[in-house]
Design a protein around this ligand. Structure first.
Ligand code: PMP
Length: 431
């Protein structure tokens, strides 16, 4: 039942000549799971279609943005409607004001917001602002969290950095690395120790309030509130990186779900509806440090791009006005997770599954996964085999153990059944 991938293979051969590794973002290369990446041609709803005409049920959804499924009519219409205006003005537009107001109304802690073009830009800018605001240099991040490819974050980073075994990237200077302190996720005591060892030097603590980049890891009870209390006490800026979780786990993100408010929030993915967009925002007082009001410089030729704003506005407005999307996502993801547990029971397997809302990960380990160290107990060989068995059955998963899956609203009950049938067969094939 082997699928034909000849065209993808031809394109990959060509691509490797002209693009580093043949891809424009490392995890796409399938390095962690072996084999060759598939080249996609189109997508609609829950499905991806590759260059060889194969179709796949998509459980990545462009790594999060396509929460409503691919080629959603509301977003496509918004893009079409924006086209006759201009592709770019480089001047302020009404749409940017509406976008800022909408974000502020949806994300509980955000009082002012600046649009950028990616999650990486959002996090890089946020820590610069936190440093400028506090007059301190150091930041604390957590092992296995990924915050984009900014120099300060490529220390014990998750996602592609761990997948490819380059957690501490060449090209990051020692000076920059020295200003990034790391602690194990879910370990408040370790954070306290770092703060004590660096008195009045820590500008910010940045974290994924629910981690997607070492697989899905859930914040332990009290962890987020504990960080909130520490930051308040020590005058540290608490930054929730909600690039994945924003508008996904609830319309107000993880901060709404857990009822803990950060000082700053970084956003990406869903906020662009599939277009390249990011944003960072937070308390008015902190955001007033940003130029041209304050001295912290940050800018962007294409920031607030009209087409990207229209796509993003359409996505956010739809989510804001259709709370039933979140109910559906929860129900369908519960079904995928519970069904996988039943399949494992049937096969005598006892792997760990973590889930929050429409994000989940199956770890090929029997240990609870609560941080980077426990995530790394997963059997990567088994994961790779499982990945390819699923792909052969038309299910497109993230090609690394250290990534979460993202469920879209286009996944119906019947498609969930199809997933679970493939899951049972694929798990069996790994035995
Ligand atoms: N922060 C988090 C939590 C992310 O998951 C990512 C990307 N997956 C980023 C930041 C970087 O975003 P981008 O890839 O858009 O630069």
């Amino acid at each position: 039942m082997s699928l034909i991938h000849t065209t993808s293979q031809e394109l990959f051969t060509r691509a490797q000549d002209s693009i580093p590794g043949g891809v424009n973002s490392p995890v796409r290369a399938f390095k962690a799971v072996g084999g060759q990446p598939l080249f996609m041609k189109a997508a609609k709803g829950a499905y991806l279609f590759d260059e060889d005409g194969n179709q796949y049920l998509d459980l990545i959804n462009s790594w999060g943005p396509m929460i409503l499924g691919h080629a959603h009519e509301v977003i496509e219409k918004a893009v079409r409607d924006a086209l006759p205006g201009s592709l770019s003005f480089g001047a302020p537009t009404r749409r940017e004001v509406e976008m800022a107001e909408l974000i502020i109304s949806m994300i509980p802690s955000v009082e002012k917001v600046r649009m950028v073009n990616s999650g990486t830009e959002a996090t890089m800018s946020a820590i610069r602002v936190a440093r400028g605001y506090t007059g301190r240099d150091k930041i604390i991040k957590f092992e296995g969290c990924y915050h984009g490819h900014g120099d300060s974050f490529l220390i014990a980073a998750g996602s592609g950095a761990v997948t490819l075994g380059v957690p501490d990237s060449p090209g990051v200077t020692k000076g920059v690395a020295n200003d990034t302190l790391t602690a194990p996720y879910n370990d408040l005591a370790a954070v306290q120790t770092l703060i004590d060892a660096n008195p009045s030097q820590v500008a910010a603590i940045i974290l994924e309030p629910v981690v997607g980049n070492m697989g899905l890891v859930v914040p332990a009870k009290g962890f987020l509130q504990g960080l909130r209390d520490l930051c308040t006490k020590e005058g540290i800026v608490l930054i929730f990186d909600e690039v994945m979780t924003g508008f996904r786990l609830a319309k107000g993100g993880a901060q709404e779900l857990y009822g803990v408010l950060p000082d700053m929030t970084t956003l990406g993915k869903i906020i662009g509806g599939g277009m390249p967009v990011g944003a960072y925002g937070g308390k008015r007082e902190i955001m007033n440090s940003v130029a041209p009001v304050g001295p912290v410089y940050q800018a962007g030729t294409l920031s607030g791009n009209p087409i990207a704003m229209s796509a993003g506005m359409a996505a956010l407005t739809y989510l804001n006005e259709h709370p039933e999307v979140y109910t559906h996502l929860q129900t369908i993801t519960d079904k995928l997770v519970n069904g996988t547990k039943q399949n494992m029971q049937q096969l005598g397997l006892n792997y760990t599954i973590n889930q929050v809302g429409s994000m989940f990960s199956l770890f090929f380990t029997e240990q609870p996964v609560t941080d980077f160290a426990s995530a790394k107990t997963s059997d990567l060989g088994r994961f790779g085999k499982y990945f390819h068995e699923m792909l052969q059955r038309g299910i497109y998963l993230a090609p690394s153990q250290y990534e979460t899956l993202f469920v879209s609203a286009a996944i119906t009950d019947a498609l969930a059944d199809q997933y679970l049938k493939a899951n049972l067969e694929a798990l069996q094939a790994t035995l």
